[in-house]
Ligand binder design. Structure first.
Ligand SMILES: *Cc1c(COP(=O)(O)O)cnc(C)c1O
Length: 238
């Protein structure tokens, strides 16, 4: 067994917090302005509880059914749920039912579904609570990766800004696995600036994962989505 397998989530969380602080300080940023979202996909609710007991409150999930189940089981706990996975438009309204923040708005049909009139949930559009969201930008040329193509960013942002039940926080992106993270995050910053020109309050950037969060911090990320560096390796899944 490797040494790292013997370390606990508490050890890993402490180490990641330390690295976030150091990276923020090195960039002249205040660590307190950075939100760390622990991505717990494929891990049991017991791990989420363990992390809550260690003072964590922002958790991320990327699959609707698993996320919904965890949110139900942990109802009443002081948790902010972040949905970070690809969003099917027909499931979007259900996701908004438990997610406090949706990071993956990437096309009109999703916005339309979230904005639509009284539907399956029976809640009138006017009465619907506001969901915080990010527009996800695709940094690759592969449309299956999720995210809006950069050339279509402004029209999508415009749609979000004109939708009453959505509040735009900023842009989200996943750095391509085979590229240079610093380049990817510098590019994300240019998209953030384009969004800021339309919506000065949408100043947040959701970027940075286990292997690249220090670089993301150097390029202005405000919301890190960190899984395995804190949770350990994900359990096998089929
Ligand atoms: C799984 C996932 C993460 C976390 O990935 P790690 O490499 O485990 O830190 C972040 N963002 C998204 C969108 C994910 O699906």
């Amino acid at each position: 067994m490797s040494l790292s397998a013997l370390r606990s989530p508490a050890d890993r969380l402490a180490e990641v917090r330390q690295r976030i602080s150091a990276a923020a300080t090195a960039s002249g940023r205040d660590p307190a302005e950075i939100t760390t979202i622990i991505v717990t996909k494929f891990h049991p609710v017991s791990l989420v509880r363990e992390l809550i007991a260690l003072g964590a409150h922002d958790f991320g999930e990327n699959r609707h059914q698993e996320a919904q189940q965890k949110a139900r089981e942990l109802a009443g706990e002081p948790v902010t749920w972040h949905f970070v996975g690809q969003l099917q438009s027909k499931k979007a309204r259900q996701v908004a039912g438990y997610a406090h923040v949706i990071h993956s708005i990437d096309r009109d049909s999703v916005v339309k579904s979230l904005a639509g009139g009284a539907g399956a949930d029976g809640v009138d559009a006017v009465a619907r609570p506001v969901t915080d969201c990010f527009v996800q930008v695709n940094l690759t040329t592969d449309p299956r990766r999720g995210g809006v193509a950069p050339e279509s960013l402004e029209p999508l942002v415009e749609k979000v800004l004109t939708t009453d039940c959505l509040r735009l926080l900023g842009v989200m992106a996943v750095a391509p696995a085979d590229g240079e993270p610093a380049r990817a995050f510098a590019e994300v910053r240019t998209y953030s600036e384009r969004v800021l020109a339309m919506a000065p309050e949408a100043r947040f950037i959701s970027a940075g994962m286990s292997h690249d969060f220090e670089s993301a911090i150097a390029h202005g990320a405000t919301h890190l989505r960190i899984g395995s560096a804190i949770t350990g390796n994900r359990p096998e899944h089929g």
